[in-house]
Design a protein around this ligand. Structure first.
Ligand code: SF4
Length: 208
């Protein structure tokens, strides 16, 4: 039997969020399921106005089965509140649904997914877009931008603008909250957080 190239075979024909959340646990569209605890689909409902796309679940998300519940999720919640986006009107998901890491002793060190993982996992994101049908998609970082727009993105040049995504859907690119979080130890955190908030305000203005 040849290896699966992507997740298409596991995505339900008539998707709803509960069906997607159940079906993604069986996905074998790439090898990332093998070491992860579970797949992490999303949080938020089908009526969400804003869909935020990160890269992949992290260590805590993998254990708890929910996206953005680790430290970067804390930064995102702060930024959403400052931008006037109620967490209840946001749908949070990732481009890749299983945690990619390498073990180091008892720790699990995050490893960025490769392009092939973004491509393999894309059918889930496409199904979520169809079900949630948000007014605007926010791509958190370059990998999320690549997954949503299907091309390389340059955060510095493209962030904070309303771009036309697939099917003409409004799309805004910004940085990933984990990149903001890293600046806590190095300096520049407040400025980076303010930039993230400013980009989220642009997204909040779509359709309002
Ligand atoms: S990362 Fe995506 S494509 Fe790969 S097994 Fe998990 S859900 Fe399927």
């Amino acid at each position: 039997m040849s290896e699966a190239q992507d997740a298409s075979a596991w995505v339900p024909a008539r998707p709803t969020l509960p069906r997607l959340a159940e079906a993604v646990q069986a996905c074998r569209g790439c090898e990332l399921w093998e070491d992860a605890t579970q797949a992490v689909l999303s949080s938020g409902g089908p009526g969400a106005r804003v869909m935020l796309v990160g890269v992949q679940p992290g260590d805590q998300e993998d254990r708890r089965g929910e996206p953005f519940v680790g430290p970067a999720g804390g930064v995102l919640t702060t930024a959403l509140e400052a931008a006037g986006i109620e967490v209840g009107e946001a749908y949070l998901t990732n481009a890749v649904k299983h945690f990619r890491f390498r073990p180091r002793g008892r720790r699990r060190i995050h490893e960025a997914p490769e392009l092939r993982h973004l491509v393999a996992c894309h059918p889930w994101l496409e199904a979520e877009l169809g079900v949630v049908d948000p007014d605007v998609v926010v791509c958190l970082g370059a990998s999320a931008g690549r997954a949503v727009l299907g091309r390389r993105v340059r955060i510095g040049a493209e962030r904070g603008k309303v771009l036309e995504g697939p099917g003409g859907r409004a799309t805004v690119i910004t940085t990933h909250p984990s990149a903001v979080l890293r600046l806590r130890a190095r300096g520049g955190y407040d400025e980076a957080l303010a930039e993230l908030v400013a980009d989220l305000r642009v997204a909040a203005s779509v359709g309002s």
